[in-house]
Design a protein around this ligand. Structure first.
Ligand code: ADP
Length: 468
């Protein structure tokens, strides 16, 4: 099968969150299963500057129309670990950040139109697998492709949807405004990209079974996206949990760590990494209390207030917290963190420091209000760091609560429990002081987070689509 993954981000080139992890690890897993897999994404400025080698193979070049405008696009190609990466060079993506611009809807409309042109020119793909709102209008456009193509939309985060106006159907996508007037792509008064994908892709999925159920049962959140899925696409919708790239995230081979370790040597290994981290952060390394951490987008979704709730308790429990993050709550978070000497806040995106923090920490905080899958809890467990999580989405599916006794891998509290985060913190500190964490650490490190099952589930999903 020839598969094309359409995405706005992918490791190692450009990443802002779990989607970047997903694309690289899943595409490698497909390639290992013998599939012919390609990834297509924008050529951001940071890719051009940090990975100049991608510019060596100039693969294609074409123009396409967005209504009356003509847009040029260059295509570069790089083969990475058996996966063909294609980078679309357009001026709109030659900026400092991936997202966060007032014209993001138009930028990703442009991306989708370019991918559509690319597919039509080469027309070799059996399956086009679109990810999140940035790629969600593509399945509708592919209905007009002369060769039948199977389409899948994966929803990694239903909170981000892409909103545009009625006329943008024709302005950006050369489509009839009839799609809006009939309600097919409309949500409220807007043309909604994510809804368009939900209505038009052959199959839709999200990235855990629990989150799939949450969407089907919660008709009011996410602007009613769950209701649309439940009423319009119930039988084409499923949940497939993400795997982890166990080569990238392996404490035994991770070159960024101060000392490598495995399940037999984690005590010494984690201790060395903790000292290295404290030195790197410029704080005293003579500290034997538990280290809690979070590496996250600082957005409300991630339960940032719940993390802040712990600040006043750190000193009493002789604990420290390290947080690496950026996002809309960074100012609020930073100003409160500054009042607590036991909180170290690093306000930036730092992939290398993240590796060291995963290895050095005793506990990882992920008290999300919703979490379609989550990557960080998987990385934590693999690095012998015990996650404290709310019982939502993929967190619920991948972390076994302390009440599971010898099978436990973390602390899972109820999302509707106001004191859940703080109580889990108390319990974690108490077990740390009493040296009762080894079984949990070992269980987490021995867990199977590979793609072996989930990649096959995706292939079965592709195969379940009838040729049109
Ligand atoms: P989401 O995709 O919702 O942001 P995930 O848990 O699925 O959340 O994925 C987050 C990924 O991004 C993890 O690999 C995490 O380590 C990484 N990450 C998030 N924020 C930062 C940061 N400031 N610096 C380095 N890595 C980060």
């Amino acid at each position: 099968m020839k598969i094309l993954l359409v995405t706005s981000e992918a490791l190692p080139y450009a990443k802002s969150g779990g989607l970047g992890d997903f694309i690289l690890s899943y595409s490698k897993a497909l390639s290992k299963l013998g599939e012919d897999v390609s990834v297509i994404m924008p050529l951001y400025k940071q890719i051009r500057t940090k990975f100049p080698d991608v510019m060596k193979d100039f693969y294609d070049q074409f123009d396409f129309k967005m209504s009356w405008r003509t847009q040029g696009c260059g295509v570069f190609h790089q083969l990475l670990e058996g996966v063909n990466f294609y980078f679309l060079a357009m001026d709109r993506f030659d900026r400092d950040n991936l997202y966060g611009y007032g014209d993001d809807n138009e930028r990703f409309a442009c991306f989708v139109m370019a991918v559509n042109t690319f597919i039509t020119r080469h027309n070799v793909y059996d399956v086009v697998h679109c990810n999140d709102w940035q790629a969600a209008v593509l399945p509708l456009l592919l209905n007009y492709n002369p060769k039948p193509i199977k389409t899948v939309l994966t929803i990694h985060n239903p909170a981000y949807q892409g909103w545009a106006g009625r006329n943008d159907l024709s302005e950006y996508f050369n489509l009839s405004t009839g799609y809006f007037d009939s309600g097919y792509v409309r949500l409220g008064d807007s043309f909604n990209y994510l809804k368009t994908g939900i209505m038009s892709a052959d199959k839709i999925n999200t990235v855990s079974k629990t989150h799939a159920q949450e969407l089907l049962h919660d008709h009011t959140s996410f602007g009613g996206m769950g209701a649309i899925i439940d009423w319009c696409r119930h039988f084409d919708f499923s949940g497939i949990v993400n795997g982890l790239d166990q080569e990238v995230w392996n404490p035994l081979t991770d070159e960024i760590l101060a000392e490598n370790y495995d399940v037999h040597s984690y005590k010494e290994g984690k201790k060395t990494n903790k000292i290295a981290l404290y030195r790197a952060l410029g704080v005293s390394d003579d500290f034997d209390g538990p280290l809690f951490s979070a590496i996250t987008r600082l957005s409300a979704q991630k339960g940032v207030e719940r993390i802040m709730d712990i600040f006043p308790h750190l000193e009493e429990y002789h604990a420290r917290m390290v947080v690496i993050g950026t996002g809309e709550m960074e100012e609020q978070f930073g100003s409160l963190a500054a009042r607590y000497p036991n909180v170290i806040f690093i306000k930036r995106y730092d992939e290398n420091l993240a590796h060291l923090v995963y290895a050095a920490s005793d506990f990882f905080l992920m008290p999300s209000y919703f979490e379609p899958c989550g990557t960080s809890q998987l990385i934590s467990m693999r690095y012998g760091t015990i996650p404290l999580v709310s019982n939502v989405g993929g967190l619920n599916d991948t972390v076994a609560d302390v009440s599971r006794g010898k099978d436990a891998t973390g602390f899972v509290f109820r999302n509707d429990d106001y004191f859940g985060m703080v109580n889990s913190f108390y319990a974690a500190c108490s077990m740390f002081q009493n040296n009762r964490l080894d079984q949990m650490i070992v269980n987490g490190m021995n867990g199977d987070y590979s793609w072996s099952k989930s990649a096959k589930d995706y292939l079965a999903l592709y195969q379940s689509i009838d040729w049109k």
